[in-house]
Write a protein that binds this ligand. Structure first.
Ligand SMILES: *[C@@H]1O[C@H](CO)[C@@H](O)[C@H](O)[C@H]1NC(C)=O
Ligand SMILES: *[C@@H]1O[C@H](CO)[C@@H](O)[C@H](O)[C@H]1NC(C)=O
Ligand SMILES: *[C@@H]1O[C@H](CO)[C@@H](O)[C@H](O)[C@H]1NC(C)=O
Ligand SMILES: *[C@@H]1O[C@H](CO)[C@@H](O)[C@H](O)[C@H]1NC(C)=O
Ligand SMILES: *[C@@H]1O[C@H](CO)[C@@H](O)[C@H](O)[C@H]1NC(C)=O
Length: 319
């Protein structure tokens, strides 16, 4: 999937301080109780009890088993690049397996979490939680070595819930509060403006745009209900909505530049750049993420938070 994610794991690997690498592990997969591992994974990921042994085919179990065995080898040698590749493979296989098991919400959530659209948020979650993730990865390694599969499954489920927040089933309430929505946009535009006191053409365009109900509205209303999935899709939806109306306005916002910046960040050097930008503004960005996660407390601050991420991580502002 994404080089970017691989690279940030490598960066974490470096931070972690290991020089041991390059050993090709050849672990035999043979977890007696892969279904216990998976049930624990699901319980910690979704906070719902699942018995995965009832629906997974032996073939699927064997394939997940194999991936886990490889991951363990890579973890032992601290080869984070390979760990992440295995993790990605595991999530993809598990998502398919969940589809087969009728756990479509889990399938959707996992697939969405590693989709192109969510990539930037995955990265941000990783950077924001890097200390916590590192310590969980360390526990996972120990648990796998000791063959404590239930605990290991739970730990991997917890790691995944941080990187790819589970999108719990819920009724989408499309009749959200219009004034809260506009208040979100006010905060967003204020923070993103180069000069907030002076209303420039892009500022005016976005204010008008805010008056329309678009996809971000759904994401924002999800945040209002404390659903972090809104957080995951917000950026992608914002970008595509803004791109969608591109033809409808005279070139005042430099959306092309925004798109170019996103594309640049998805490149190899872009990932290092993103990490560097994050590190240099960690306090501001952490505060912004806090406000996004607590969107229901203040929609204005929440909009400001998203704008802060775009401003500093994507290097894009408006006039
Ligand atoms: C899970 O389901 C299997 C097969 O239906 C059953 O044998 C097993 O006891 C169940 N495990 C739990 C923990 O309920
Ligand atoms: C996974 O869930 C169990 C049961 O809720 C809990 O005891 C355990 O601490 C969780 N694991 C992690 C790593 O959070
Ligand atoms: C948004 O719409 C409301 C009513 O539909 C209108 O009063 C207001 O002026 C509009 N704001 C902008 C910035 O266009
Ligand atoms: C897009 O163009 C239509 C038709 O010219 C206009 O009615 C509408 O207000 C425009 N939308 C925005 C967001 O500018
Ligand atoms: C951010 O964008 C500005 C203007 O587009 C550009 O001059 C500057 O070099 C960019 N900064 C980074 C770190 O890319």
């Amino acid at each position: 999937m994404s080089k970017m994610i691989l690279i940030s794991f490598c960066i974490i690997g470096l931070v972690y301080g290991s020089g041991v690498r390059g050993v090709e592990p050849n672990m035999a997969g043979n977890y007696d109780h892969i279904e216990l591992f998976l049930s624990a994974f699901m319980n910690n990921y979704t906070h719902t009890q699942y018995n995965m042994s009832a629906c997974l085919t032996p073939k699927t179990q064997a394939s997940l088993d194999q991936i886990l065995a490889a991951s363990l080898g890579y973890l032992i040698f601290l080869d984070f690049e390979q760990v992440l590749q295995s993790y990605e493979q595991f999530i993809t296989s598990l998502a398919d397996a969940c589809g087969v098991c009728g756990l479509n919400q889990v399938e959707m959530s996992l697939k969405q979490g590693i989709s192109e659209k969510s990539k930037v948020w995955f990265e941000i979650n990783l950077a924001y939680n890097s200390e916590k993730i590192l310590s969980l990865v360390e526990s996972l390694k120990g648990e796998l070595e000791l063959k404590h599969y239930i605990e290991a499954g739970g730990t991997l489920g917890t790691i995944t819930s941080i990187l790819i927040p589970f999108d719990a089933p819920h009724q989408l309430s499309l009749t959200f509060d219009q004034s809260m929505y506009l208040s979100w946009w006010k905060g967003f535009i204020y923070t993103l403006s180069i000069n907030p006191k002076k209303t420039g053409p892009c500022n005016a365009f976005l204010s008008k745009f805010a008056n329309q109900t678009v996809n971000p509205a759904m994401d924002i209303s999800q945040l209002a209900q404390g659903k972090l999935s809104g957080f995951t899709t917000l950026f992608g939806d914002l970008a595509s909505s803004l791109t969608f109306v591109k033809n409808n306005y005279t070139d005042v916002c430099m959306f092309d530049q925004l798109e170019a910046n996103i594309i640049e960040l998805l490149s190899k050097t872009g990932a290092e750049e993103l990490f560097a930008r994050y590190a240099s503004r960690a306090l501001t960005i952490n505060a912004a993420i806090f406000n996004i996660k607590n969107c229901q407390t203040s929609f204005y601050a929440c909009g400001q938070g998203v704008a802060t991420l775009i401003k500093y991580l994507l290097n894009w502002s408006i006039n």
